[in-house]
Design a protein around this ligand. Sequence first.
Ligand code: NAI
Length: 328
Amino acid sequence: MKIAFFGSKRYDQRFFDEANSKHNFEIHYFESHLNEQTAPLAQGHDVVCAFVNDTLSSSVLKSLSENGIKHVAMRCAGYNNIDLDVASSLEILVSRVPAYSPHAVAEHTIALLLALNRKVHRAYNRVREGNFALDGLLGFDLYGLTAGVIGTGKIGVNVARILKGFGCNVIVSDPYPNAECEAMGVKNVDLNELFQASDIVTLHCPLTKDSHHLIDAAALSQMKDGVTLLNTSRGALIDTQAVVNGLKSGKVGYLGLDVYEEEGDLFFEDHSGKVIQDDLFARLNTFPNVLITGHQAFFTREALQNIAHTTLGNIAEFEEKGKCNNSV
Ligand code: NAI
């Protein structure tokens, strides 16, 4: 199997080369993202390996198909960036890594929450500058607060468990109630009830047509003043302009993001020497009560090992059986 690996970083190569010692696939690492311009690089390969910010639109998939690609192996869980109908009509199998470390993402979500509520991001800078004043660093206890978890799949259930450990009153909302949450005594409520009751709202559902801009002006208007909002799922679950308005009015007290609607032009690359052209993102970065990380919630050693192992396992299974358990 010859694999065209798009959007490759040094850390990808390290973990995939390690995992590939078992398979001996021929992997060609391309630093460029997959898009209409780069799709022809796949010529002469059997499989394309892609990630969250690669483009797998109808035209890209057609180009891949013309170049002989039969399998798109996503090295991530989400697959909202793929036109699945077109992939299926072209008989391109799409596989993914359904779970590589739900703990990594859940723990990062809590890292954002704890940094925000105790203002660790501001305290860090102050202390390094010799400023030990506490004004402006007043936090709040998590104990006793109501935390609303939207989506109780593999990640959401871990977040719910950790928040329970802090002594939060945890409520969840998912069309499919989760047995583990029920066993913890966590109530599954409808979204409106969750919006109205929660001091903290954290998003752990996939991005679909239905969940696009789940958090918009109407949702925010139902929430408590000063609500803490966390999103480590997908950027477009949140209407960013509505949240910026909410931050300006005080409706949103704290915002922790690992994902952003338009992150494709920004994240995973070093733009430190350039002028950021995205005014909405630039505005977000001006608020003292906003903490943004660049889609790193998954980024632990354990997760990268699992990603490499499962992705190459998916490719081996496809080679052997022409199908794959982790197909979507
Ligand atoms: P999962 O598939 O195990 O769980 C998703 C849950 O969301 C399911 O229980 C589903 O019923 C529920 N759901 C679907 N639509 C909903 C809606 N409109 N309202 C409420 N619940 C809804 O997925 P998992 O592994 O827990 O991941 C969740 C999301 O986290 C992924 O879709 C992905 O977008 C994101 N993610 C982010 C990462 C990062 O590095 N920031 C890494 C991995 C995943």
